[in-house]
Design a binder for this molecule. Structure first.
Ligand SMILES: CC(C)(COP(=O)(O)OP(=O)(O)OC[C@H]1O[C@@H](n2cnc3c(N)ncnc32)[C@H](O)[C@@H]1OP(=O)(O)O)[C@@H](O)C(=O)NCCC(=O)NCCS
Length: 393
């Protein structure tokens, strides 16, 4: 039998879960991680954002707060040949050339479906992305979700006044309209709500810089505030307050018109996230500031890092309660955490952070600390009922 010349050489498969990330059935996690690394290197010039297989496996193994739908496009038939296979699943492991993921919050934001579609650069413009997107659109509809989110990362903003730049509904930033992900998402009917800026702080900082920020912020904050720093897991005495701060962050972060509601955080959820971090072979540094007269945690900042990626650390949450703002506590928790980070991770070469362009106060602190712009992401949204089928059916 011969294959028609225009027959697809790929098909969609639900990504199987497996008892462990090194199990042969975990091939999809390895395929997706390889694919995302290739996409990052080709589109962004780095693979800092690419998940490792264990990151994907852990998200699928713990779905109590966010459920995951994963579908992969794998090569079939004659085109598979010697391109197939890998360490995981041996030569029989399908070759992943595209993937689609849907994150479905289950304890809050139950209206949301957050989609990710990515296709190997060598396999684009063959309809794989459209087929993956259509699978996700239908899954989101079946789940009763009403709002679709997607993000498109970019390496650099087009210059001001550049033709073909898309501007968000709110806040600063621009995105090139001919970025493949932008063209694809806009064709599906998604609109650009805000731009999120990625910034990088190159390490090590010159001697005395962090200490200067700590001293300045501490002097401004005064004796009413006391700083605590822990390597996760945090002590039981503070876990509920740290969880409350995470909830507050989700409520207060300026998100423009994104249809986000506050996340429901408690100590149990905080411990689940800590446990997932540990399973992903990641560590976290948490610095919190206590308002001494009341014993209240007024703010906190978290740095997270994978032990097998010694060069890179990610800034996670930073928040200060509204009633404690204006005392330089945001700078204090970040600077103290940076000082501690230099002690425990001296080999790290950069810290990466994301801030919505609508979040002036947080951006100002990061710029003051020396973070430089390093690309960003388009934050896109549409009512699910208005998202176009990309497959004409
Ligand atoms: C966006 C992406 C998934 C598209 O995958 P793909 O397999 O090339 O997509 P398709 O071939 O199914 O394209 C469907 C339609 O999207 C639009 N499109 C896709 N890529 C485009 C590009 N580079 N320029 C203009 N339009 C494009 C076109 O309308 C296309 O239909 P057409 O080929 O008939 O003109 C892929 O480029 C990618 O992985 N980008 C990086 C990750 C990303 O940004 N993901 C999107 C956010 S979730």
């Amino acid at each position: 039998m011969t294959t028609a010349p225009d027959a697809p050489t790929w098909r969609l498969v639900d990504a199987p879960h497996a008892p462990g990330v090194d199990h042969p059935d975990a091939w999809a996690y390895h395929g997706i991680a390889d694919l995302e690394r290739a996409v990052g290197l080709a589109d962004l010039g780095h693979d800092d954002l690419a998940p490792r297989p264990v990151d994907l496996w852990v998200e699928s193994a713990h779905q109590e707060h966010v459920r995951q739908v994963r579908v992969v496009a794998v090569e079939t038939g004659a085109a598979t040949g010697d391109e197939q296979g890998g360490e995981h699943g041996g030569d029989s492991a399908p070759r992943v050339v595209g993937h689609g993921a849907l994150a479905l919050p289950v304890v809050d934001n139950r209206h949301l479906a957050m989609a990710r579609v990515a296709v190997l650069p060598s396999h684009r413009r063959r309809g794989i992305g459209a087929a993956l997107a259509e699978h996700l659109r239908r899954a989101a509809l079946l789940e009763g979700r009403s709002t679709l989110f997607a993000e498109v990362e970019f390496a650099a903003e087009p210059p001001a006044g550049a033709a073909g730049a898309v501007v968000p509904r709110e806040g600063d930033g621009r995105v090139a309209a001919d970025l493949p992900g932008m063209a694809f998402a806009r064709r599906a009917g998604l609109g650009l709500e805000i731009v999120s800026r990625r910034s990088v702080l190159d390490l090590p900082l010159p001697p005395g810089v962090v200490e200067g920020f700590v001293a300045g912020a501490a002097a401004h904050a005064g004796d009413a505030y006391r700083v605590h720093t822990w390597q996760a897991p945090v002590p039981d005495a503070w876990v509920d307050q740290l969880a409350a701060l995470e909830g507050r962050l989700s409520q207060d972060e300026p998100n423009g018109g994104l249809a986000l509601e506050a996340e429901a955080w408690d100590g149990v959820r905080f411990r689940v996230e800590e446990g997932k971090f540990a399973e992903r072979a990641k560590g976290a540094l948490v610095t919190a500031v206590e308002h001494v007269p009341t014993g209240t945690l007024a703010g906190m900042s978290i740095l997270g890092y994978a032990h097998d990626r010694p060069g890179l650390t990610e800034q996670e949450s930073t928040v200060v309660l509204p009633e404690h703002r204006g005392h330089r506590l945001g700078m204090l928790v970040k600077a103290v955490n940076l000082r501690e980070h230099a002690r425990v991770r001296p080999a790290t070469r950069r810290i990466s952070t994301w801030n919505n362009e609508t979040n002036g106060p947080m951006l100002a602190i990061n710029v003051a600390l020396g973070f430089r712009p390093a690309g960003g992401s388009a934050e896109l949204q549409a009512p699910l009922a208005e998202v176009a089928s990309m497959c004409g059916g």
